[in-house]
Write a protein that binds this ligand. Structure first.
Ligand code: 13P
Length: 340
């Protein structure tokens, strides 16, 4: 365990004005995203699309890191070099998704638990050799009638902590991602309660497994209303509830907190981050680690056509720039008008 390297990586991941691109969609998720723009999800198309994102001119100004899927970590960049090396040369830290997806947790109402601990130590050693310096594990918590159960929160917290310990032992910074889904008609208040219970259990497990909070990044959902709730909490309410929960549960010794977008609109994800980052005296830097809220306009512009590459890169650059400003509390809706 190289503590100096872990500290350096974690600090760089949350460098001022930068955030992380989640480009680690599994092949199944990629298929869904590509289907929405009528593109076949072949290995070559996935490579072309990811390279479009990574080779966007100037993108390194806004991206501290990129989360890769296993397939992408083994593919070649536009210049023929391995993608992790290409990113590192641009000053962007390559990261890797190491969980193997979710399954139903038996004896619950289809609640989920994440797989991927078996053989993880060996896989992390290989990813380190490939140049990956941080890793992501996503746990899923669903809100509904009588759920989440204690069993679901407990099982996921322990998986996250065991994975985080394995990462640190391999000198890879763990990005723990307990995602509370926004699916459902619950209130923002209920979401806040569930976030609090989830984060409390997660950090209790982190302590139980001797994971060092100094070398850990939290990737969390924001406290928003369920997407089917007719009363949607406004930007200030989301920001207040989210930061309150984080302050109650996340140790100040942790180097940073990043957010997923989770199905929020592109602009809402940016506005929420901006409102939180503008708050004074936060114990940790806050920034983005979005997939959809960074990529949506680029994917819709690209549509699998090489002729659309430059326009798609412009759209991606714009979202990254807007979120880079939001991470400093310097975004304004006016700036959106300069969109590609
Ligand atoms: P979204 O920003 O699309 O929620 O994706 C982030 C992520 O990495 C989910 O695991």
């Amino acid at each position: 365990m190289d503590k100096a390297l872990l500290s350096k990586t974690a600090a760089a991941m949350v460098a001022k004005g930068k955030g992380i691109l989640a480009a680690d969609e599994s092949s199944g998720t990629c298929e869904k995203r590509f289907q929405s723009v009528n593109v076949a999800s072949t290995e070559e198309n996935r490579r072309a699309y990811r390279n479009l994102l990574f080779s966007t001119p100037g993108i390194e100004q806004y991206l501290s890191g990129v989360i890769l899927f296993d397939e992408t970590a083994r593919q070649k960049a536009v210049d023929g070099t391995p993608i992790p090396d290409y990113l590192a040369k641009k000053g962007i830290i390559p990261g890797i998704k190491v969980d193997k997806g979710i399954i139903d947790l038996p004896f619950t109402n289809a609640e989920k638990v994440t797989e991927g601990l078996d053989g993880l130590g060996k896989r992390l050693e290989e990813y380190f050799k490939l140049g990956c310096r941080f890793a992501k594990w996503r746990a899923v918590i669903t809100i509904g009638e009588g759920i989440p159960t204690h069993a679901c929160i407990y099982a996921n917290a322990h998986m996250l902590a065991r994975y985080a310990a394995a990462c640190q032992a391999a000198s890879i910074v763990p990005m723990i991602e307990p995602e509370v889904l926004l699916d459902g008609n619950h209130s923002a208040e209920r979401s806040e309660e569930v976030h609090e219970a989830t984060l409390r259990a997660t950090y209790a497990a982190i302590a139980a497994y001797n994971v060092s909070v100094e070398h850990l990044i939290l990737k969390t959902s924001m406290v928003v209303s369920g997407k089917d709730n007719p009363r949607q909490a406004g930007v200030d309410e989301v920001a207040e509830r989210t930061v309150r929960v984080l302050k109650r549960t996340v140790p100040a010794a942790q180097p940073g907190v990043v957010f997923l977008s989770g199905g929020q609109s592109d602009e809402a994800a940016t506005a929420h981050l901006n409102a939180m980052a503008a708050m004074k005296n936060l114990p940790w830097p806050l920034t983005f680690s979005y997939s959809r809220a960074l990529q949506n306009p680029a994917l819709k512009t690209w549509r699998g056509q090489a002729a659309n590459l430059a326009a798609a890169q412009k759209a991606f650059h714009h979202r990254a720039q807007m979120n880079g400003l939001a991470a400093q509390g310097k975004w304004e809706q006016e700036l959106e008008k300069q969109a590609a």
